[in-house]
Design a protein around this ligand. Structure first.
Ligand code: FES
Length: 138
């Protein structure tokens, strides 16, 4: 007997993997990490799925003197690619960034900028924010 046809049963699994992946590369190290958008454990640093939170999840050094509260500029990064996959800047972030050294058009605060879509993002950590450099010298 023809019971139910189960056409379309495969569609749910297709979206579970593959297309929902965020790829983020941290320069100058060139370290790329990837994870499923919305599934990264929240490390409680800055906004959820922020560049800072992602970096800390993967052990990538990024300074965050105020703990991700938009109250310093040590998490300053430059977005080299993939700005369309990121949250828009709000006034608090813009005001704080105004005080950052080496401000560029693609500057963002790592703790405030969030991944909003899967896809590829490339960020550069400015030299003076790379904690591990000073750690090598003590
Ligand atoms: S960690 Fe202080 S503003 Fe981002």
């Amino acid at each position: 007997m023809a019971e139910e046809k189960s056409q379309g049963a495969g569609t749910a699994t297709e979206e579970a993997s593959g297309e929902n992946i965020v790829h983020i590369t941290f320069l100058p190290e060139g370290k790329t990490v990837q994870f499923e958008h919305g599934k990264l454990p929240y490390e409680d640093h800055g906004k959820e799925e922020s560049i800072l939170d992602i970096a800390l999840n993967y052990g990538i050094p990024l300074d965050h003197a105020c703990g991700g509260n938009c109250a310093c500029t040590t998490c300053h990064v430059w977005i080299k690619e993939g700005a369309e996959n990121l949250s828009l800047m709000d006034d608090d972030e813009a005001d704080r960034l105004d005080m950052a050294a080496d401000l560029q058009l693609n500057s963002r605060l790592g703790c405030q900028v969030q991944i909003t879509k899967p896809g590829k993002v490339v960020v550069e950590v400015p030299a003076w924010n790379r904690n591990y450099i000073s750690e090598e010298h003590h």
